[in-house]
Structure formats: structure tokens, C-alpha cells
Ligand binder design. Structure first.
Ligand code: GDP
Length: 205
């Protein structure tokens, strides 16, 4: 008797890092539930959400970690960071300091996640709150920083109006899979449905 074929399932961990208030929980919530209000998240302390995806006919479980509340529990960094397949370095385009801090977040992640080869680790940079009018960080400055620091792809997002959120997460998935021999054949994502979002490419060097 032949056994039923088990479908391949790949588990990927993605972590959102960046200053408090830049919109990490909101981005995670928008991507996974397509909602914006994160009040409940902070109240009950949601730390990660799973999203099941189908990538070229194969199942992928994306586990997205938000570091909300972590400022209060610095000693927990290692378990939060370890095992991440991709790090989304997040700032808010209306907060210059949050952009300046990206370098620190990257350094901290690399250290605590014990990344052996930081030059080849998939970081994706997100400039959130694209919908606000008081911009403090120019796209050009971010692009330059990304080029000088390893050529990270950059997306300008709005968790509020769902601009580029799915594109950014899909880029993260593609970066992981492109590096990862667990899933050589799973390069194109095609089933994440965020209404209203037209997919866009990252801003690259
Ligand atoms: P976190 O601390 O990085 O997880 O940030 P939150 O997701 O809690 O968001 C902090 C604040 O920014 C909240 O008041 C959100 O409603 C707001 N926020 C998050 N994303 C956006 C966005 O894309 N646009 C605007 N205008 N506000 C946002």
C-alpha cells in the first residue's frame, strides 16, 4: 500500500525590531489579520502571530515576532532573537531618531541572535507611517544607509492604510528562501491577500 503523500511544510521565524512606537505591532497585525487597531495586542501582550501561507503549492508557517514590552525585559532578548530567519529593522519616517537607531538594533540583533555571518543574513528595512505628512527621514537617506550597510532592501510602509505591508513580508520570505536550502523551490509567494495593496518592489541600491 502506498502511504499518503505528506505536503512539505516549512517554518520561518521573522522578527520585527525597532524603537517603541514605530508601528511594529501594527505591521504584524495588519499583515496577519488585516486590521489596524493593536490596542488589544498591547493589553494582553501578544508576542507573536503565525500566518499560514501557500508558496508555490507548499505550506509555509510564518511566525512573526514583535518585541513589544521587551524594553522591560531586556534579559529575554536571546530567546526572542535566536532562530530568526529574517529581521525586519523598523523605523518611523516621522521620527528621525528611530531611523538613527537602526544601526543599534542591527548590532544588538546580530549579537544576541548569534548571527554567524551578518553580511549574508536577510535584513529588510521598513520605514513605517508613510501616510503621515510630517516626514523627518528622506527616502534617499535610508537608501544610502541600506547600501552602506549591506544592501538591505527597503520598503516604505503604512500599517494604517496597508501600503506595502504584504510586499515587505513577502520580500522577507523570498530573501529567506533564496538563502535557504530547506526550500530551494519555493521562491514565489502568491497567496497573501491584503485587500487594496498593489505589490511593489523594494527600494534597493
Ligand atoms: P510598536 O511599539 O512599534 O509596536 O508600535 P505600535 O504598533 O504600537 O504603534 C504605535 C503607534 O503608532 C500607535 O498609536 C499606532 O496606531 C500608530 N501607528 C502604527 N502604524 C502606523 C502607521 O502606519 N501610520 C500611522 N499614522 N500611525 C501608525
Amino acid at each position: 500500500l502506498s502511504q499518503p503523500t505528506m505536503s512539505k511544510s516549512t517554518f520561518l521565524k521573522v522578527i520585527l525590531l525597532g524603537d517603541g512606537g514605530v508601528g511594529k505591532s501594527s505591521l504584524m497585525n495588519r499583515y496577519v489579520t488585516n486590521k489596524f487597531d493593536t490596542h488589544l495586542f498591547h493589553t494582553i501582550g501578544v508576542e507573536f502571530l503565525n500566518k499560514e501561507l501557500e508558496v508555490d503549492g507548499h505550506r509555509v508557517t510564518l511566525q512573526i515576532w514583535d518585541t513589544a514590552g521587551q524594553e522591560r525585559f531586556r534579559s529575554l532578548r536571546t530567546p526572542f532573537y535566536r532562530g530568526s530567519d529574517c529581521c525586519l529593522l523598523t523605523f518611523s519616517i516621522d521620527d528621525r531618531q528611530s531611523f538613527r537607531n537602526l544601526a543599534n538594533w542591527k548590532k544588538e540583533f546580530t549579537y544576541y541572535a548569534d548571527v554567524k555571518d551578518p553580511d549574508n543574513f536577510p535584513f529588510v528595512v521598513l520605514g513605517n507611517k508613510l501616510d503621515v505628512s510630517e516626514r523627518q527621514v528622506s527616502g534617499e537617506d535610508v537608501r544610502r544607509w541600506c547600501c552602506e550597510n549591506g544592501g538591505h532592501p527597503y520598503f516604505e510602509t503604512s500599517a494604517k492604510d496597508a501600503t506595502n505591508v504584504a510586499s515587505a513580508f513577502e520580500e522577507a520570505i523570498q530573501r529567506i528562501l533564496a538563502l535557504d536550502d530547506r526550500a530551494d523551490d519555493l521562491i514565489h509567494t502568491n497567496t497573501v491577500d491584503l485587500e487594496r495593496e498593489t505589490r511593489s518592489k523594494p527600494i534597493c541600491c
